[in-house]
Design a protein around this ligand. Sequence first.
Ligand code: ADP
Ligand code: MG
Length: 728
Amino acid sequence: MLFNGKKRELTEHNTILPEHVDVSRLPGVGPGRARVLQQSGIHTAWDLLYYFPRRYLDRSTIVPIRQLTLHAGAVVTVVGSVGNVATVHARRKRIVVTLRDNHASMELVFFQGLSYWQQAFRVGEHIAVSGEVQQYGRKISMVHPDIDRLQDDETLSFINTGGIVPVYPSNAELEKVGLNRHGGFRRLMHDVLQLHVAGLRDWYPSTLLENEGLIPLQQAIRHIHTPPDNEALNLAKERLIFDEFFILSLQLALRKRMQSGTLPGISFAGESPTARDLVHRLPFELTAAQKRVLHEIVGDMRRPQPMNRLLQGDVGSGKTVVALLAMLLAVDNGYQCALMVPTEILAEQHFRTITGLIDDLRVNVRLLLGQQSNTKKQELAASIANGDVHIVIGTHALIQQHVQFHRLGLIVIDEQHRFGVMQRADLRQKNAASDMLIMTATPIPRTLSMTLYGDLDVSLIDELPANRRRVKTAIRFEEDRDRVHDFLREEVAAGNQAYIVFPLISESEKMDLKAATEEYERLHAEVFPDLRLGLLHGRLKAEEKDRIMMAFKNRKIDILVSTTVIEVGVDVPDATVMVIEHAERFGLAQLHQLRGRVGRSDKQAFCILMTAKRLYFAGKARTNEEQKELSDLRRRLDTMYESTDGFHIAEVDMEIRGPGDLWGTQQSGYPLFRIANLLTHGHILTRARDHAFSIIQADPQLRMPEHERIREILGPRIREQIGLSTVS
Ligand code: ADP
Ligand code: MG
């Protein structure tokens, strides 16, 4: 009703912003459709305009079947009609579908979900299939291709006339109400574009569009849905990718400003006799990189704004001593420090390292653990509250409500990737003015760092202490096991120690424990009866873990069998061999961390990745997914073999897993993009980020008239996400 008639339409789009138009008011959307759309998160015309195609069918990328032999091994799209559907009882039961076009035919093969695929096609139906072309002799096939049904003649003629056809993400519910991947959605989009694109208002100052060569928003939205050609499509994508990065960067810029620019912090005096004294007594010279980052940190600490600095440094680069020196500076200034770590083992290790380095009675260092007795906790809480404790080291128990500091000056978080953004914020709550130093041994690709940690200043230790030797890495199979054991024996005989690590195999910790325990017992009884073995796992009591770690560190244990609890941070310089069982089950970041447990002195160290030969040398897999899994597995192990460079390993990891899945980043606030991809669009990110940061610098509250629309669009989001009440 509302949108009937041209005149109405015109007045509507001048006054109503698409974000204010409920889907139920769109033409062709009755209550049924509206409900299903809403269930899919589409509530307004704006949401629909931003419901982008998943991909496009384009005549230039469609290959006639008779030419497929030229594309063997490549991923292509084919359009044809369904001929025969047959169940074939070969070595492995499968469904084989014949697909024909004007000149030739090919086979689509399905191994899984047989009963579904048996029913899935109508003979004569037109479909587009995308997948890898496989050729056996003269036979051409695709295994489990992606399928788009071309239900309407309109779509077909579109393709045949050379148009680019958008394919929308859909699901069973949407299909039920006629919103299938192309036809249904395309018709709905057609109407929405007609009525509401004109209601979109650009948010950039026009100079920005010009300088960046970006197309206007309305054009971008129109062309992402109905691209006249590929060039227009690419321009539309570029603009919308820029937008996503820009919006995120704007939020980061605001958060950064809120954290450091507006609050009063502590202005420490830069002189610290205790730190100076420690530097002189260290058994080693600080590396140039350690000195440089220390300089950056001290610079921040002297400034009256709170520090928010990320210290990145590969495993073994010596971050602990840098953090300690910064903490001593705070202590000499009369402040307290909190060092938060993800595991109790690590807390204890830091406690020992730090108390070992400073025997100065004036610095009171204490350990706070979740498992301590209540009496002890209360006593500790009291000494923290009255200021007797200078440095407190602990796990997330530190964040608990009852821990109140007398004068918290510096917060250090080690192995940041193990914590969420929330925990970081919680600790900050203890004293908003405190300086914060966040450390991570997980090198992350620059693009990811710019989004995840975009609100922080970054320091990088890009150099290992000079005495280090590259860890030698080998890939070994079951049949090599005896030789691996012999090697361990030799190393132990030479006065060294070893780790054998088992992965999380099942979801159940109990089962894994059983596997590790049984293997420990077997090794103990049958393989190394003459050596001293220890078993470490997450289920042990803190004191027990502590006892075992201490025994290992003091060389009372030769070989430590462990679950992944030793993954982060543990430092035992005489351990020279790391054996990783079922290495194929670990992600790259984890493998790199584990390998970082050895090679922490001037001794040559080794990392042995145990895996199954049949997995490593797997032949052709049955489905594309299986194939990908196997080649990813091979690539992970090969990358570990070839490289010890944490940043390179991180880049490969991001390529394999996709940025969203890295290091559980989702739970730590990883931004979800609709169209942008950190892997491939890094250059756009840099540009968008520069603009966003300079806009916030010039106009922190977005009050200038040319930023009005940014404020309008982002206002609610910004307020929600960073609790900023100053933006109105
Ligand atoms: P990470 O950065 O992985 O936390 P650590 O701080 O645990 O590394 O340091 C690893 C080891 O290197 C420790 O045994 C530490 O004492 C030693 N170390 C730190 N800095 C240096 C240096 N400049 N020269 C030699 N050894 C160092
Ligand atoms: Mg460390």
